[in-house]
Design a protein around this ligand. Sequence first.
Ligand code: NAD
Ligand code: IPM
Ligand code: MN
Length: 354
Amino acid sequence: MQAKIVTLPGDGIGPEVVAEALRVLNRVAERYGHNFTFDEQMMGGCAIDAVGNPLPDDTLAAAEQADAVLLGAVGGPKWSDPTAPVRPEQGLLKLRKHFDLFANLRPVKVYPELAQHAPLRPDLLEGVDILFVRELTSGAYFGERHEQGDGSNAWDTMFYTVDEVDRVARVAFEAARKRSGRLASIDKANVLASMRLWRRTVNDVARDYPDVQVEHVLVDACAMYLMRNPAQFDVLLAENMFGDILSDEASVLAGSLGMLPSASLGSGTFGVYEPIHGSAPDIAGKGIANPIATIMSAAMLLRYSLNLEAEANAVEAAVEAAIASGARTADIVEKGGSPVSTSAFTDLVLDGLK
Ligand code: NAD
Ligand code: IPM
Ligand code: MN
């Protein structure tokens, strides 16, 4: 098949991990006879430096022509002055909003080989297989009032409409139906009006899915359950900011933030695919970042935007085989073990795709 993919390497380790995912996609194209074209564009801090805009018009125009976008990460200390007029992260939010990518899928998979060395007791990780469905284009990130005040105050309004909750809830219910039939909806309905609307709407949608078992979990307790008994969860549906926070927390289950991929989807097949981690300024430029999150994001791109299920499965199996071979980047290496570099790990994934 023919496919056009825009790449947005971004800042920090973004370019390092995107380069590895591209090696994997090129190998897939070669092996399965596809024609993927890659169009690299700027977004984030690098775009602010180059043209003063974190999401230049050229980048948006290129993405509009593409079947999918593969993104690294944006941001870093250079652009993090709280008084700066423009920030790298604004580019990312604008990209998500522009394409109305309201559903962010963040699967959390635990590899048994890594569970032995994860921060949590291995017995707690048995059977953990979670899918976060994070609402991505509303909530406090996009509320009507989102502004600096007079210096002594500032606003970010938390806001949801029934339609916004309904459409992302349906994505989560559909996923639950295909998985274990269990869905936990996260909210803060005990305090926030927007979250009472969230809970009410999820209950309304639930009527269309009598085969799915729904529970409502308050976000603070959920943060605790994720560490105490993560295997109880299957699909976790959460509003924008709660989903952001809880999915980083859940990366501890997988062993590292460098492991978790994501797909940001709207109503069509176009999607933006990115690791859930950021630009990791502390390790940027060293060639030691874990490429798994980005390679697995590329696998999600193959599955959701290009409908290449066999190819996506092959990439996931190759990552699994690389882990099983014992190779570990620095973030997941066991005590006393010797880590492999970002590209050496990818070499093993490529071996698995021969
Ligand atoms: P971060 O995710 O960049 O890093 C947190 C910790 O995880 C660091 O210790 C880092 O070294 C480690 N880590 C992250 N990815 C890793 C990988 N692939 N391999 C090994 N270790 C990895 O979070 P932060 O430091 O809080 O944020 C840095 C910048 O990234 C900020 O400007 C933030 O806004 C931005 N950010 C961007 C995105 C995105 O572009 N989607 C996501 C999150 C954060
Ligand atoms: C993520 C990031 C972003 C978010 C930031 C960088 C805007 O943390 O993709 O998880 O909060 O959504
Ligand atoms: Mn995040």
